[in-house]
Design a protein around this ligand. Structure first.
Ligand code: SAM
Length: 244
């Protein structure tokens, strides 16, 4: 049927492509892709060939109206190089404009590195806060970390190997030496999940920057951390307003 299909693809192991995702990829009229070489490999794996149109940060604004117009008569599938589209990848404006144009939007859920890392880390999963990639400049990165220091949730971040140690150290400086995990090469041959405090992990990876792709998971602020005097005053004032 015509419309927009959001298709999750493997983050390493090609067997993680769901039968439904393979079916949509093989039958869509058009694939909107990040990198046609990467998606061509996936299509080859399932023995399919489909027309592809690049859709990435640099051309998205220009090609979006045409893509939306085509969805009224054609099935257009959005795929990223790996994982779930829209999660630190392009796509949300396409979905927004599809809704506005009355086009049917269907998702084919599947692999997502952030969620897979949460399942490996052994840290609380009842509340988590996804940060994507932090800014690379030190000041902007420290500000972004300070902004989430009080959030009572597990934090999930994407990072590149060469920057891992510096980012772990910055997280430790801004959040305190919390428990954390680095999940690397998920679903690939050298998958591993290393746990420790932010300080321990920063030290470990400073010696040798890791290869491959990775996700950082950081524990919520300690439940035992005493509230500051200001917090206590605010809580008391708030409680007083409820007294009859
Ligand atoms: N949309 C993707 C998803 O659903 O996870 C994420 C795209 S983002 C541009 C790429 C980042 O995801 C990598 O830099 C890395 O942090 C993380 N990532 C992707 N594949 C991974 C894997 N197999 N193991 C660990 N992290 C991975």
């Amino acid at each position: 049927a015509p419309g927009l299909y959001i298709v999750a693809t493997p983050i390493g192991n090609l067997s993680d492509l769901s039968p439904r995702a393979a079916d949509i990829l093989a039958r869509a009229d058009l694939l909107a892709v990040e990198d046609s070489r990467v998606t061509a490999r996936l299509l080859h794996h399932i023995g399919a060939r489909r027309p592809m149109l690049p859709y990435h940060d640099h051309n998205a604004d220009r090609v979006r109206p045409d893509l939306i117009a085509r969805m009224t008569a054609e099935a257009v599938a959005l795929v990223s190089d790996a994982g779930t589209p829209l999660i630190s990848d392009p796509g949300y404006k396409l979905v927004r404009d599809a809704h506005a144009a009355g086009i049917a939007v269907t998702t084919i859920p599947g692999p997502c590195a952030a969620i897979a890392a949460l399942t490996l880390a052994g840290l609380p999963t009842d509340r988590f806060f996804y940060l994507g990639f932090l800014p690379t400049k030190a000041k902007a990165r420290a500000d972004a970390i300070a902004e989430v220091a009080a959030v009572r949730a597990t934090l999930v971040l994407y990072e590149a190997g060469p920057r891992l140690a510096a980012t772990l150290a910055a997280l430790g400086a801004g959040l305190g030496d919390r428990e954390a995990a680095v999940a690397r090469e998920i679903s690939k041959k050298f998958e591993e999940c290393v746990t420790g405090t932010l300080g321990q992990l920063a030290e470990r990876y400073a010696e040798q920057p890791p290869k491959g792709e990775l996700v950082i998971v950081v524990a919520p602020p300690g439940a035992a951390a005493p509230p500051s005097a200001d917090d206590a005053d605010a809580a008391l004032a708030e409680a007083l307003t409820r007294l009859p």
